[in-house]
Design a protein around this ligand. Structure first.
Ligand code: GUN
Length: 280
């Protein structure tokens, strides 16, 4: 029987801590504002954006919302980002991804001031993480480290296998686990002997976007299993990248889907926003 890592509870604790910090900052006359930009009306993006604005309100930050039409040009979006970069009242800038195909994602990410890059996607933020300098860290991997630490999982010297090498999760995850002195292996779609590698992991972090791909055979007895995936079936039932019913009996700890990694992403975004208030 695995212990369930309750991301909902841990994220709620973090938001309470941040709320307290924001109240203290307010007393000292410091206010925070997150600018949230959405281009187009992708329904999933709209849900994420709404939740981010709600979290701001909950912890006591202002949010400034920009809901731009699908036809917005890249130039118009860049002009808005530049205006927000210059606006001293704005501490954090977030452009919800994906952006429409006529806008180049990389150009948009690069345009956000690294001082306001609360998503941690700017090359300067990623570079700083790589060489251990201060900077914003991508929210989902930062949330996973927080889940592990608050669940008292020892990371130092542990064998950590990451499945997936995306810029948003896999790669920064590897850097964060290295920073914690874990021995890190990053695997991906071209990896040979994936099952063998995964079944040697003390900590297995899965972010491949393939529903229930990781079965019980991939998991070492007593491993800690972190599932980043989220998939909705035709009956609206949610599942992850890990086959939970097979993994749970073998793992010592496991994150559920939903209620594991998901809630941590917004909590870490809020933490980055509070950091932006004190560092800008
Ligand atoms: N789209 C999916 N996840 C994210 C995220 O963490 N940040 C932004 N900006 N867009 C996303």
């Amino acid at each position: 029987m695995a212990k369930i890592i309750d991301g909902k509870k841990i994220s709620a604790e973090i938001k309470e801590e941040l709320k307290e910090q924001v109240a203290q900052l307010k007393k000292a006359g410091v206010e925070g504002t997150l600018a949230v930009i959405q281009v187009g009306a992708d329904p999933a993006s709209s849900v994420y954006v709404r939740n981010k604005k709600k979290a701001c309100e909950y912890i006591g930050l202002h949010s400034k919302s920009f809901e731009l039409p699908e036809e917005t040009t890249q130039k118009e979006l860049l002009d808005l980002i530049e205006q927000l970069n210059q606006d001293a009242a704005v501490n954090g800038i977030l452009v919800q991804l994906p952006v429409p195909a006529h806008i180049e994602e990389k150009t948009i990410i690069n345009a956000i001031s690294p001082l306001k890059d609360v998503d941690g996607f700017h090359p300067q933020s990623v570079g700083s993480l790589t060489i251990g300098q201060p900077g914003f860290v991508s929210c989902t991997p930062a949330g996973i480290v927080e889940l592990l630490k608050r669940s008292k999982v020892e990371l130092d010297g542990k064998n950590c296998v990451i499945v997936g090498r995306s810029n948003i999760v896999g790669k920064p995850m590897a850097l964060l686990m290295l920073r914690e002195n874990a021995t890190v292996t990053v695997t991906h779609s071209h990896t040979k002997n994936l099952k063998e590698i995964c079944s040697a992991a003390d900590i297995l972090i899965v972010a491949i976007g393939k529903k229930e791909f990781i079965t019980g055979e991939y998991i070492k007895e007593g491993a800690v299993v972190i599932d980043v995936g989220i998939h909705r079936d035709e009956n609206n039932k949610l599942s992850g990248d890990v086959k939970y019913d097979e993994a749970e009996p073998k793992a010592s700890m496991i994150t559920p889907v939903p209620g594991g990694v998901g809630p941590m992403t917004i909590a870490m975004l809020m933490r980055n926003c509070v950091e932006a208030m004190v560092t800008v």
